[in-house]
Design a protein around this ligand. Structure first.
Ligand SMILES: NC(=O)c1ccc[n+]([C@@H]2O[C@H](COP(=O)([O-])OP(=O)(O)OC[C@H]3O[C@@H](n4cnc5c(N)ncnc54)[C@H](O)[C@@H]3O)[C@@H](O)[C@H]2O)c1
Ligand SMILES: O=C(O)C1=N[C@H](C(=O)O)CCC1
Length: 243
């Protein structure tokens, strides 16, 4: 598979390593405005965008214009996500997957989070909160993964209306974001009561899991048209919790 890397920073380099190990070829590496480059569909099977929040929407939609499928892992640009989805659908000839976290372990964690949120929704004595810890170079807070975790809980629990960084109103889930050198990504969801606490936690030991998941998503997306999620891409790999 011929891959264009939109963003060649920490994640771009980790993806290059995994993609090469899996027999793919990196044909383009972009670290600045996408207009500077000539995108040629015949030379690119799929683009993988791990760039910066302010570049993601333009990178993604420029690929749509060239009928190049896109896997996007960039976080912090989600106010424009629906616009990107609509453009992909209108254009009709491109594939798109965005995930706040491509790690297979985190996608298992997302399933656990949904299941736990369903179990806790009637237990009013527990309050819920999310903590995320990342390296100090991270541009956005809270992390995209923490936002996904909060959205999953809100979807299961009608008492909870929104999430808030640090200072929640009533009926909001607090997200606490910490920045510590060299932490690749730790997410904890805690339910607390005066009697006991319940916690689930995911700790990434490196960027390898995010990179491997992104390459698996690209392999899955390559010849598909439409808007998909990581759940779709992993449907043949993860057993559903109902089984
Ligand atoms: N979804 C996931 O699984 C996952 C995992 C890790 C990181 N991320 C996200 O991926 C993004 C990148 O993370 P990183 O640690 O590699 O950051 P990074 O800062 O190391 O890399 C970003 C790169 O993008 C480049 N860039 C700047 N402007 C650009 C443009 N217009 N077009 C293309 N590239 C441009 C920068 O020069 C830099 O090299 C962040 O948003 C981060 O939150 C997501
Ligand atoms: O290193 C980062 O930046 C990460 N970003 C994603 C997020 O915001 O959730 C995934 C974890 C690593």
């Amino acid at each position: 598979m011929k891959i264009a890397l939109l963003g060649y920073g920490r994640m771009g380099r980790a993806i290059e390593e995994i993609a090469t190990e899996r027999g793919h070829k990196i044909v383009l590496k972009i670290s600045e405005d996408i207009d500077t480059y000539d995108l040629d569909k015949s030379e690119i099977d799929v683009a993988i965008d791990f760039s910066v929040p302010k570049a993601a929407f333009k990178n993604i939609t420029t690929c749509f214009k060239h009928n190049i499928p896109v896997v996007s892992g960039t976080t912090g640009w989600l106010n424009d996500y629906e616009k990107a989805v609509n453009l992909c659908k209108e254009q009709g000839n491109c594939g798109f997957i965005y995930a706040s976290n491509f790690s297979i372990g985190v996608n298992v964690f997302f399933e656990l989070n949904e299941k736990l949120a369903s179990m806790m929704k009637s237990l009013d004595e527990y309050s819920v909160e999310i903590e995320e810890i990342h390296h100090t170079k991270k541009l956005d807070a809270p992390s995209g993964t923490a936002i996904t975790l909060a959205q999953q809980i809100i979807a299961k629990n009608p008492r909870l209306k929104d999430w808030q960084l640090d200072h929640p109103e009533k009926n909001e889930i607090p997200i606490y974001a910490k920045r510590i050198d060299d932490v690749h990504g730790t997410h904890t969801v805690s339910y607390k009561s005066s009697i006991d606490d319940i916690e689930i936690m995911h700790t990434a030991h490196s960027r390898k899991g995010f990179a491997k998941g992104a390459v698996i998503a690209a392999e899955w997306l390559k010849d598909k048209k439409g808007v998909f999620t990581m759940k779709d891409a992993l449907s043949g790999i993860l057993n559903s919790s109902e089984e």
